[in-house]
Design a protein around this ligand. Structure first.
Ligand SMILES: Nc1ncnc2c1ncn2[C@@H]1O[C@H](COP(=O)(O)OP(=O)(O)O)[C@@H](O)[C@H]1O
Ligand SMILES: [Mg+2]
Length: 229
């Protein structure tokens, strides 16, 4: 098991009222699985994904990543764990516009302290794998939405994370480009054994995953396995 969520609650204080955004969530994620987290807008999917990846703190409960209670550490240790073990892909890519595709992908390795040569070599390899060889010198605004998302995917996997967390990764793409990104997620899962969690409100996308967890009003209401998964 790579992730264990133990009785997670999350509250946000907004003005004078308190929003109960995640309600007593228990979830185990197995090493190497492809899991969809589905549910309508506002259900709490992004909040849950952020908690799994060390981007936010639960109000109550524990998040174990490879048996480590990640929120028992201080913020800089959590950042280090995130850089070592987690990759994130977001709907809006969040590429740095002043850096080329290649430099964007090399950045997490430079942050980790790799040499510039090694970072660029590894980034180049991942970009080849994601069929972006021809785009390495382009800036983000010089490539298509699908290519920007593949670049953000390359940036997320260049560090060889144990777990890849994707928040509506195809939400901004047309269906053809969306399918290509999903196909790549499946390839990454198969070839590298990376555990992948995909948040989506799209049933078609969820049907590509091995297991589907449904959220509603901050609760995890159902988990089921897809056929063949
Ligand atoms: N930083 C925040 N402060 C206050 N409320 C928030 C914050 N982030 C999310 N929420 C609220 O928490 C609920 C769940 O949000 P979110 O996890 O983004 O849902 P989803 O990703 O399923 O659309 C929503 O009602 C949202 O408005
Ligand atoms: Mg969301």
């Amino acid at each position: 098991m790579i992730v264990k969520l133990d009785s997670i609650n999350k509250y946000y204080r907004v003005g004078n009222s308190t929003l109960h955004v995640l309600k007593d969530i228990f979830l185990d994620i197995e090493q190497g699985e492809l899991l969809a987290i589905e549910g309508p807008s506002g259900a709490g999917k992004s909040t849950l994904l952020h908690l799994i990846g060390g981007l936010d703190r639960p109000s109550e409960g524990k998040v174990y990543l490879e048996e480590e209670d990640i929120y028992s550490f201080n913020d800089s240790s959590i950042s280090r764990i995130r850089n070592e073990k987690v990759g994130f892909v977001f709907q809006f890519y969040y590429l740095i516009s002043e850096l080329t595709v290649l430099e964007n992908v090399a950045l997490p390795l430079l942050i980790r302290g790799e040499s510039k040569k090694k970072a660029l070599d590894l980034a180049k390899g991942v970009l080849d794998f994601l069929k972006l060889t021809e785009r390495v010198s382009h800036y983000p605004n010089q490539v298509s939405g699908g290519e920007q998302q593949r670049t953000s995917l390359a940036r997320a996997i260049v560090t060889e994370p144990k777990i890849l967390l994707c928040d509506e990764p195809t939400g901004n793409l047309d269906s053809q480009m969306g399918k290509e990104v999903l196909k790549l997620l499946q390839d990454i899962n198969k070839e590298r054994g990376t555990t992948i969690v995909v948040v989506t409100h799209d049933r078609d996308i969820a049907s590509w995953m091995q297991r589907r967890a449904y959220m509603k009003d901050g609760m995890l209401v159902n988990i089921k396995c897809n056929k063949g998964g």
